[in-house]
Design a protein around this ligand. Structure first.
Ligand code: FAD
Length: 523
């Protein structure tokens, strides 16, 4: 009763402050198994994200206990005379407020204690999970059966619905495709409040729309994720290059092996750029031994920049006696700097969960909850050398503020019908500037400086005609979104009309304005 009173009070306050003409009883009438909250702690948490650059407080937060709860809320929004928006929030790891809203209700998908736990089918090698499940929990539930998902993100404290709304990529993508290529079935609550099951064959437009769909067509309440036998251990290798074209040739050679037998290819191919000596042991993992520090100057770096190839080979303990030989054969085909090989060996779970260790270290130094002006780009293979010259050896200078990942992927592993957009070439690179802004007196670390640098990088691509696509995209006008989607825009907007005709969902992406309040700011 107290909550209902608070909720009514909060809604009335909102009506007065922003002029929203929502009938408070519409929310009060909502019968849910979970609960609607207007507690300051809940509203505060839903107003922030990992980017740390945006803030927007919702009207209320729904902690759902089931897909039906989500459906009831969205249906109420759809049928509401005056209208309100609904945004799913996974673990809030967006950068620019993509899961935030002001004129509506946030559905806090992750962290709900009441939803069904993951259910593994050993026979059919899949797991059914709640849309807000974190990948770390998906992993621990499948490992009980000796199984694991095939395709990952580098960091596992992200929700299934959140990464599937983007793509979900890591070093396995060259082989298995992104996470969205490894989903058999979804349950989705559309913008009309219908709860539908969709697959490649059934409600296929919704299935493809939602995968990489930035939350625009529905809220994913269940995903059926493909599994494989989980390896026990991982041989994790880093080797250095001073020449960019030798580095990319090796990376492209390694991803060309995707069709080979498991023993004849690595399982994970990533890499990163080192423009600043301090970054060799960057926050993603301290890897190179402090007793054996790598000096850029001693390695004859081309233009002051080094490139690190990062590869892994998974294995079962029963095959431990052949792993050295398998890795040795594969490494012989590569052209890295002699004696620049760094190897470690660890349990599979520790490898997958590596970034969390870095998170804990940064948290201990109060360096995790800082602004993160990240920029992620897919750069076509044909222009990656120009990007190197103009950005790594140009715009960045010799300073940066976080890891810069670079690795290629095979486009044929990405379903063409899904919503995500990639460059129009068979191979494209992810280039990820994972920046942390600091207020430590160094101008090159400030939010302003780094944001300007991101804009310079985007302008450089545009001026040089490099047809890069943003990953985890952020734009402020619909024209920019139309340019981003290119040929896919027609299908994207048609799907919006079909599945979320009143533009209720995920308005924090700033793609479509809600019909009930088109003049309101999008957040
Ligand atoms: P949120 O930020 O909560 O939501 C993101 C968007 O998805 C919002 O628009 C939201 O409305 C929508 N959404 C959320 N849940 C659902 C749902 N159930 N149904 C429909 N829509 C939904 N990405 C990679 O691909 N690879 C990486 O290696 C990687 N590493 C990362 C490391 C860190 C430290 C961080 C902070 C992010 C990383 N990301 C990576 C990016 C990450 O995939 C995205 O930020 C993703 O959106 C985060 O998921 P979330 O659960 O926090 O989503």
């Amino acid at each position: 009763m107290a909550t209902r009173f608070l909720l009514a009070f909060a809604i009335c306050r909102l009506i007065v402050t922003v002029g929203l003409t929502l009938d408070p009883t519409e929310l009060l009438r909502l019968e849910v198994e979970g609960f609607l909250s207007v507690e300051p702690a809940d509203l505060g948490a839903a107003s922030r994200d990992f980017g740390g650059m945006k803030n927007a407080e919702p009207l209320a937060v729904l902690h759902p206990a089931s897909a039906e709860d989500v459906a009831r809320l969205v249906k109420a929004a759809y049928e509401s005379g005056q209208g309100f928006t609904v945004s799913a929030r996974g673990h809030g790891h967006s950068i620019k407020g993509q899961a935030m809203i002001t004129h509506g209700v946030v559905v806090q998908m992750s962290g709900s204690k009441k939803v069904a736990p993951p259910r593994v089918s050993e026979k059919f090698m899949y797991v059914d999970v709640w849309g807000g499940e974190l990948w770390i929990d998906v992993l621990s539930s499948t490992l009980k059966y000796g199984l694991a998902p095939k395709s990952w993100t580098d960091y596992l404290y992200l929700s299934v619905g959140g990464t599937l709304s983007n793509a979900g990529i890591s070093g396995q993508a060259f082989n298995h495709g992104p996470q969205i290529s490894n989903i058999y079935e979804l349950d989705v609550v559309t913008g009309k409040g219908e709860l539908l099951t969709c697959t490649e064959k059934k409600n296929s437009d919704l299935y493809h729309g939602v995968l990489g769909g930035l939350g625009q067509f529905g809220i994913i309440t269940r995903a059926r994720i493909a599994l494989e036998n989980a390896p026990h251990r991982v041989r994790w290798i880093r080797v250095l290059y001073s020449n960019f074209s030798v580095f990319t040739q090796d990376q492209e050679y390694l991803i060309s092996l995707h069709g080979q037998a498991a023993t004849q290819k690595f399982d994970y191919v990533e890499g990163f750029v080192i423009v600043d000596e301090g970054l060799i042991n960057n926050w993603r993992s301290s890897f190179f031994s402090p007793r054996n520090p790598v000096k850029i100057s001693s390695l004859n770096a081309d233009g002051g920049v080094l490139y690190c190839l990062e590869i892994t080979k998974n294995y079962q303990e029963s095959n431990a006696n052949t792993i050295d030989q398998e890795v040795g054969v594969l490494l012989k085909k590569l052209n890295f700097i002699p004696a620049s090989e760094f190897t470690t060996d660890l349990p599979y779970v520790d490898f997958l969960d590596r970034v969390h260790k870095a998170e804990l270290k940064l948290r201990a130094k109060n360096l995790w909850d800082v602004p993160h002006p990240w920029l992620n780009l897919f750069v076509p293979k044909s222009r990656i050398a120009d990007f190197d010259k103009g950005v790594f050896k140009g715009i960045l200078g010799d300073k940066t503020s976080g890891p810069i990942l670079i690795y290629p992927m095979n486009k044929n592993k990405w379903g063409v019908k899904n919503s995500v957009v990639t460059p129009d070439e068979d191979i494209f690179y992810l280039v990820a500037f994972l920046r942390s802004a600091l207020d430590n007196g160094d101008e090159t670390q400030t939010l302003n400086y780094l944001t300007n640098q991101n804009n310079r990088i985007l302008k450089f691509c545009s001026d040089a005609g490099i047809k890069a696509k943003q990953y985890l995209p952020h734009y402020t006008t619909q024209q920019q979104w139309m340019d981003h989607f290119g040929d896919k825009w027609t299908v994207f907007s048609k799907r919006k009309l079909e599945f979320d005709p009143k533009h209720i969902l995920a308005t924090g992406q700033r793609i479509f304005k809600p019909f009930f309040n088109p003049s309101a700011p999008l957040l």
